[in-house]
Design a protein around this ligand. Structure first.
Ligand SMILES: C=CC1=C(C)c2cc3[nH]c(cc4nc(cc5[nH]c(cc1n2)c(C)c5CCC(=O)O)C(CCC(=O)O)=C4C)c(C)c3C=C
Ligand code: FE2
Ligand code: FE2
Length: 338
């Protein structure tokens, strides 16, 4: 029997510093997130980051936490509940870090008699720190504990026309309510090094922006290319004019160079150049979470409005909107009916 495992990033169990520390420990000790040799990673994560970051992150989580828990988890659960109504097969939800774990999700499906799983990383764009780490861990669990289960995974959908259409529609709903001077596409960043590491051709990625516009096999796994392709898809669909929109990368951690331009720098720059009304969309996330609600919707909004901006609107992620649920259900039903 076939079954579906939806996977997102995950959140701490609560906003306590202890729970946030445990979560960050699991997250940042992942070799596909902090991709240094093990001892250096231990030194950096356990010796430095975990001494200061958990308190700061716990405060940020407290600002977004709901009665039912982390927004990312609550929204993912609502989305999953709707998907279950649209597909005639067992569906489970898991998180790469924290609970419910990928192993719990696979066990839940196996207990219902599933022998063929479609793994669905809930990220439009491929990244080593997101899609790849989910696939690698799920493969290991299957190999070690469920050798009779067959596993396949849904590739990144950053360019699929139905995804671009629903993302564009969600943006249009904000743009038509009021006139904006600018639309910013803000994607989660990754260290530049990750882009080089994921270059399957070994020599395509130049990190100068040009390579991403040059056709290459490297793009199947190039996060930067895929982010720009998502922006371009929306630009074409909504017929956005050059100068009205830009693309940037948020949420950097540590001192290494991350993908640029940085979102905070871009927002400051736009404010200083006379942009008064700014709408921000965050297409690397399909569910609103700490990074969209707090970092963009609170921190960046505050910065912009302090910096002579007048209106700052965060466009909601696709979350559990029905047209998005329908699109994902179609993809799943296509696989189920194969
Ligand atoms: C959307 C894709 C994501 C990529 C790519 C990604 C890379 C990445 N992230 C960190 C470090 C942190 N990310 C944090 C939160 C966070 N990250 C994503 C998604 C991507 N991360 C989401 C959806 C969230 C929010 C989770 C939630 O519970 O709402 C955090 C924790 C919060 C904080 O302290 O800021 C960290 C840390 C790295 C290092 C990285 C690439 C290497
Ligand atoms: Fe992140
Ligand atoms: Fe590229």
């Amino acid at each position: 029997m076939k079954g579906i495992l939806l996977v997102n990033l995950g959140s701490p169990d609560s906003t306590s510093v202890k729970d946030v520390k445990n979560y960050l420990d699991e997250f940042l000790m992942d070799e596909r997130v902090i991709d240094t040799p093990y001892l250096t990673r231990c030194l950096l994560v356990k010796g430095i980051i975990l001494n200061t970051r958990p308190k700061q992150s716990a405060e940020a989580y407290s600002k977004v936490w709901t009665e039912d828990g982390s927004p990312l988890i609550v929204i993912s659960e609502k989305f999953t509940a709707k998907i279950k109504k649209q597909v005639d097969a067992p569906v489970a939800l898991a998180m790469r870090y924290g609970k419910p774990s990928i192993e719990t999700g696979i066990t839940e499906l196996a207990n219902q008699g599933v022998t063929d799983i479609l793994l669905v990383p809930m990220y439009p764009q491929f990244a080593m720190a997101t899609t790849e780490t989910i696939v690698v861990l799920a493969e290991k669990i299957i190999r070690d504990k469920f050798p009779n289960i067959n596993l396949s995974s849904l590739p990144a959908f950053y360019h699929k026309q139905d995804y671009i259409d629903v993302l564009s529609k969600s943006i249009q709903e904000t743009l038509e309510k009021e006139e904006y001077d600018h639309l910013l596409f803000s994607y989660h960043g990754v260290p530049e090094r990750h882009i080089k590491n994921s270059d399957v051709t070994g020599n395509h990625c130049k990190l100068n922006g040009e390579c991403c516009n040059t056709k290459s096999d490297a793009h199947e796994f190039c996060y930067r290319h895929q982010c720009y392709a998502t922006t371009q898809g929306v630009v074409e669909k909504l017929n956005l004019k050059p100068g009205f929109y830009s693309t940037s990368f948020q949420s950097r951690l540590g001192k290494d160079p991350w993908l640029q331009p940085y979102t905070d720098v871009t927002i400051n720059d736009r404010a200083q150049n006379g942009i008064k009304k700014l709408a921000v969309v965050t297409p690397a996330f399909v569910a609103d979470c700490l990074e969209t609600i707090e970092e963009i919707g609170m921190e960046a909004k505050h910065e912009f409005e302090e910096n002579t901006g007048e209106k700052f609107t965060t466009i909601p992620c696709l979350n559990d909107r029905d047209d998005w649920v329908e699109i994902v259900s179609n993809w799943l039903n296509e696989w189920l009916n194969k």
